[in-house]
Design a protein around this ligand. Structure first.
Ligand SMILES: [Zn+2]
Length: 280
């Protein structure tokens, strides 16, 4: 877990965030399933995080029709100008760098007037089902924000300083080489994050770190402790609406409480093996 005393949840952030007082929900997506396309991974449990393209479209249409703004991380942190006021908004993020980011999510987001931050796992670029460097440049050139999601998708809390350098610092440099822009935001593989991850990200020059703890982010949340809500395949549109408003988070927190207790007791790899067995 994150050392809050050291990295501070209290105190206003140094830049001019348009984030509403009560906070804002960061949504976390992964691959979108496109009819006729095989998925990136076949391991047990992967499908749980894969939304059907039509499901994502329905969510973005709902945001649009309800007058909600879908933003990227820089917009909401006040690092980039955002269009119009922010009475209702969510931050849209994608992890891993699947090809569906470019060919399915990006056009839907554009149509709905939304932006998003796409966190890329550098080592996945060019692998089957993932974007290659040319596609990533295309996504960036279309106006979407590119963030970093490590080099190899290793669980960072298990790594020493050398490993953190590779996953956090070198991955940033490689991404910046590809897109030709600064890469300011980092998201932790598997949502696992601790004080040394944050320290490495800060010294590498990132301006935020996101994990997947279920929380709204408010103007006093540290930008290096951004919670996100995993969007799941089974999430109904009504539950999506509750999540965006922050009202449905307590139900998810309850479920997550059980899961993190299991992770604490078993450790990461044993937990993953057990989960795979159960899901088989
Ligand atoms: Zn990931």
């Amino acid at each position: 877990m994150i050392d809050i005393k050291k990295h501070g949840r209290e105190g206003p952030r140094s830049y001019n965030s348009p984030m509403p007082e009560r906070g804002i929900v960061f949504l976390m997506y992964h691959e979108l399933e496109i009819a006729g396309h095989p998925l990136c991974q076949s391991e047990a449990g992967y499908l749980r995080y894969v939304l059907e393209e039509a499901g994502f479209l329905a969510q973005m249409r709902w945001l649009q029709h309800a007058g909600w703004r879908g933003m990227n991380v820089s917009e909401v942190l006040g690092l980039a100008p955002q269009n119009g006021g922010l009475r209702h908004g969510v931050v849209v993020t994608f992890d891993d760098g699947c090809e569906s980011d470019l060919i399915a999510a990006a056009p839907i987001l554009k149509d709905a007037g939304c932006n998003a931050t796409f966190y890329i796992t550098v080592g996945f670029l060019g692998q089957r089902g993932y974007m290659n460097a040319i596609q990533l440049r295309e996504l960036s050139a279309a106006g979407f924000e590119i963030g970093c999601h490590s080099m190899t998708h290793a669980y960072l809390i298990d790594l020493d300083e050398h490993g953190l350098q590779y996953e956090i610092v070198q991955a940033k440099a490689q991404l910046e080489d590809i897109v030709g822009k600064a890469v300011d935001h980092f998201s932790c593989p598997g949502g696992r994050c601790d004080a040394s991850v944050i320290k490495a990200a800060q010294s590498a020059g990132y301006r935020s770190v996101a994990h997947s703890r279920i929380q709204m982010n408010t103007p006093i949340t540290s930008p290096f402790d951004l919670g996100r809500i995993a969007m799941l395949r089974q999430t109904e549109l009504s539950a999506f609406q509750e999540i965006c408003s922050g009202d449905g988070l307590w139900k998810l927190q309850l479920r997550e409480g059980v899961r993190s207790a299991a992770k604490r007791v078993l450790g990461n790899s044993l937990y993953d093996r057990g989960r795979a067995l159960l899901l088989r």
